[in-house]
Design a protein around this ligand. Structure first.
Ligand code: APR
Length: 307
């Protein structure tokens, strides 16, 4: 049970709307649950396994060093899935909130490019964990900021295949079907230094986030008090993202608003007076919650994104 606020007040849409209409400085911290309705699996819980591997275990420099072919296949598959997916109403709702409220900033842990494809203004979006569509050299400073080749190279073609028999799992995802070994020489190499492998431009466990971006976020939080933090579709298990809601809180002023498919008793218990919790699919909830500011969200035409 919530310690300082009643459950009815914490999940009251009219009270939330009242606060939203008075809020100018709004921060959103988003996670994989935001893109779940677009058909992209989350990391923890159902969908967190890829073949027999824990998705989180494949997202490390050590996993890449040990088996770059396997890790590249995992990322090539995620690139393919993200390219096939479409932004959902929650992405469009956040993009529209950014246009309606210049004091809104969205921090997203998602690397699927769906915020960008929903035309979220880029100066109001920080992609904490990078992008599946950025390629980097493992060693030198070479980078390709936007590459959507699918497959990226012939050896990664199994990740871009459509399922020959939709009644069965995709052969790539079926752990009973062995994977053909991919040699390092078959993977994309850096066009600058020529010797080293390319890798996905995402932040792996144990790696630093972009320092300029972190400074920018700190500056934004420090500048003026924050009225509202929307914590959308994240398990809040990974830092620094998990810390931003409390970091941005000014007691008595900031409402922390949790939008998640599942809100545990522990989560409710941590909420304070003036906070909110809405349990359900973010793609349904966000357009409804933000409607007084953004109006009806239309699934807009995607704009061509240039690198
Ligand atoms: N609507 C809202 N929330 C949802 C939905 C949905 N349709 N579906 C799932 N969720 C919630 C789950 O209840 C869970 O709390 O989304 C959250 C997803 O949590 P994680 O899978 O842990 O994803 P995330 O928080 O984004 O993970 C953080 O961990 O593996 C790394 O780098 C990766 O960016 C990722 C980071």
């Amino acid at each position: 049970m919530a310690s300082s606020a009643s459950r009815a007040a914490l999940s009251s849409i009219p009270l939330f709307h009242e606060k939203l209409l008075k809020s100018n400085r709004i921060l959103a911290v988003c996670g994989a649950g935001l893109s779940a309705a677009s058909g992209l699996p989350t990391f923890r819980g159902a969908g967190g396994l890829w073949r027999n591997h824990n998705a989180v275990d494949l997202a490390t420099p050590e996993a890449f060093d040990a088996d770059p072919g396997l890790v590249w296949l995992f990322y090539a598959y995620r690139r393919h899935m993200a390219l096939t997916a479409k932004p959902n109403p929650a992405h469009y709702a956040l993009a529209e909130l950014a246009r309606k409220r210049p004091g809104f900033k969205c921090l997203s842990q998602n690397v699927d490019n769906l915020h960008v494809r929903a035309n979220h203004p880029s100066d109001q979006l920080s992609l904490l964990h990078g992008s599946l569509f950025t390629l980097k050299c493992t060693t030198c400073s070479w980078k390709d900021l936007y590459n959507i080749a699918d497959p990226l190279c012939p050896a990664l073609a199994p990740a871009a295949e459509s399922n020959p028999d939709p009644t069965k799992p995709l052969p790539l995802l079926d752990p009973a079907q062995p994977l053909a070994e991919i040699k390092e020489s078959e993977l994309p190499h850096c066009p600058d230094c020529k010797t080293e492998l390319q890798r996905p431009g995402v932040v792996w466990f144990g790696e630093m986030l972009d320092e300029d971006m972190l400074d920018d976020i700190e500056e934004w939080i420090e500048k003026e008090p924050v009225d509202m933090v929307l914590v959308v579709g994240t398990s809040s298990a990974v830092y620094p993202a998990a810390g931003y809601a409390e970091r941005a809180r000014t007691k008595g002023r900031t409402s922390v608003v949790t939008v998640n498919l599942e809100i545990t008793e522990e989560d409710w218990g941590r909420m304070r007076k003036g906070d909110f919790g809405f349990e359900g699919d973010a793609s349904l909830l966000l357009p409804e919650l933000l409607r007084p500011v953004i109006g009806e969200v239309k699934g807009e035409e995607e704009e061509e994104v240039e690198g």
